[in-house]
Write a protein that binds this ligand. Structure first.
Ligand SMILES: Nc1ncnc2c1ncn2[C@@H]1O[C@H](COP(=O)(O)OP(=O)(O)O)[C@@H](O)[C@H]1O
Ligand SMILES: [Mg+2]
Length: 424
């Protein structure tokens, strides 16, 4: 019950301080409270925040709100609304300050840190607490609220069928779990800096930044890297496949393109990821009529009109078939990032990542040496195959033999597999 008293007091004080102090923003609330009390329509946590027995149960699994209130001299349980009320604020504030774990809790709670910063005997900083607290922008709730607002505007519900939106907290593979070469790392880092120093870039007029084209064979990590940047930058990820927004009614295609770019602006700062970018080339070379051309031109113009520095939209396009793109398309990008098939060293590292959570002893270097021409995604498939084969005999521990056999299987099934000349 000791811990429960502490958590309850923290919660009640946080609500009280947040309610009374209009300077405090919704981002100052600890992420779990913010999520719990979130108001989707208003895209914020509305004041006043009340603490009910139900809140305590839902947030922390605390069932005995009544007893807790009774045991603390500054709390009262108001049966009518099943609310917990702070009767003597100063007493509660003092109690938390004196509690041996009080400071630890305050340090992770910007609302409390803001109050206790000027309180004798508690050594905390509001700035430090804010840095530790997850911002609202990374959460699904925040994006859903923005989408609710955008959808209120006419015709925009359709856009959500065209684009797939992912928020940073949903990203599965982070940058440090991807095996990238130095060039790739540098390009990612440049974009991180460009976003961080957006104001500076605006000031010096350097606005032609933030349009990347990822080029390389399938399964080399283009999509994963773009997504991981969303985690790194802590901004949402808007993903569209060009084949998906190309409507059989070509007039709609141009509209879809505009809708998607409009959505990205609405969610800014964000990453707009356009996959299968070569799809525009396909429509181009087929000599269908003017409507096709119009759609392509709409896309190129939309790309011209969006800017990382001005609109906070980082544009990343990806293609497996760069040879299909003409100069009009290439010109739109200020940086081309090459995603080659991984070399032996990279394959070894990728294997190590994929095998990290799997029981058994392996020689990742040996697998790397017999998998020339494999993409990162091929390597994952090899491991998946090995795992499933072992599972058929209920075996949870993998052996090197399982892996080499899975490579053999993979080669048989993909006898057309391409092997670069310098690795044969
Ligand atoms: N360099 C790499 N490092 C780690 N994993 C990789 C790498 N390249 C590909 N993968 C894995 O292969 C799968 C497919 O990658 P993906 O990003 O979809 O490739 P692409 O978009 O280039 O077709 C993902 O699960 C990804 O994690
Ligand atoms: Mg992809």
């Amino acid at each position: 019950m000791d811990d429960e008293k502490l958590i309850t007091t923290e919660l009640v004080l946080t609500a009280e301080i947040y309610n009374k102090n209009g300077e405090l923003q919704v981002d100052d609330l600890p992420a779990d409270l913010r999520k719990h009390y979130w108001n989707n329509k208003e895209a914020t946590v509305k004041r006043p925040v009340n603490i009910t027995a139900k809140d305590l149960a839902e947030l922390y699994g605390i069932q005995n709100a009544v007893e807790i209130a009774k045991s603390l001299p500054f709390l009262e349980y108001e049966a009518f609304g099943s609310k917990l009320q702070l009767t003597v604020f100063d007493l509660g504030a003092k109690w938390l300050a004196k509690h041996e774990q009080g400071t630890e809790h305050i340090k992770n709670n910007p609302v409390l840190a803001h109050f206790y910063e000027n309180y004798e005997s508690v050594d905390v900083s509001y700035e430090e607490a804010s840095k530790k607290n997850e911002p609202k922008e990374v959460s699904r709730q925040w994006i859903d609220s923005l989408i609710t607002q955008i959808s209120g505007e006419e015709g925009s519900e359709d856009v959500l069928k065209l684009a797939h939106i992912i928020v940073p907290e949903e990203i599965e593979q982070t940058l440090d779990q991807l095996v990238l070469n130095q060039d790739q790392k540098d390009e990612v880092e440049k974009m991180v800096k460009a976003i961080q120093f957006r104001d500076y870039l605006t000031k010096i007029g350097l606005v032609e930044i933030g349009k990347l084209l990822f080029v390389g064979p399938p399964g080399t990590g283009k999509t994963s890297t773009a997504r991981a940047m969303s985690d790194k930058l802590q901004i949402p990820f808007v993903e569209v496949k060009l084949s998906m927004i190309t409507d059989q009614y070509l007039g709609e295609t141009a509209k879809n393109i505009d809708r998607v770019f409009e959505l990205a602006r609405g969610l800014s700062p964000c990453i707009l990821f356009i996959d299968e970018f070569d799809f525009i080339a396909k429509t181009r070379s087929s000599d269908e009529h003017a409507a096709l051309k119009r759609a392509v031109n709409t896309l190129l113009k939309a790309i011209d009109n969006i800017s990382l520095v001005k609109h906070g939209v980082l544009l990343i396009a990806a293609t497996n078939h760069p040879q299909l793109l003409d100069s009009a398309a290439w010109r739109r990008f200020d940086n081309i990032v090459d995603f080659p098939l991984p070399d032996e060293e990279m394959r070894k590292k990728i294997m190590e990542f994929v095998l990290a959570e799997i029981d058994g002893t392996f020689d990742a270097a040996e697998i790397a040496s017999i998998t020339a021409g494999y993409s990162g995604s091929d390597l994952r498939m090899v491991v998946r195959e090995a795992v499933l084969t072992a599972l058929m005999v209920d075996r949870l521990v993998l052996t090197q033999d399982d892996l080499t056999r899975a490579v053999d299987e993979f080669n048989k099934r993909n006898s057309f597999h391409y092997i670069p000349e310098d690795e044969t």
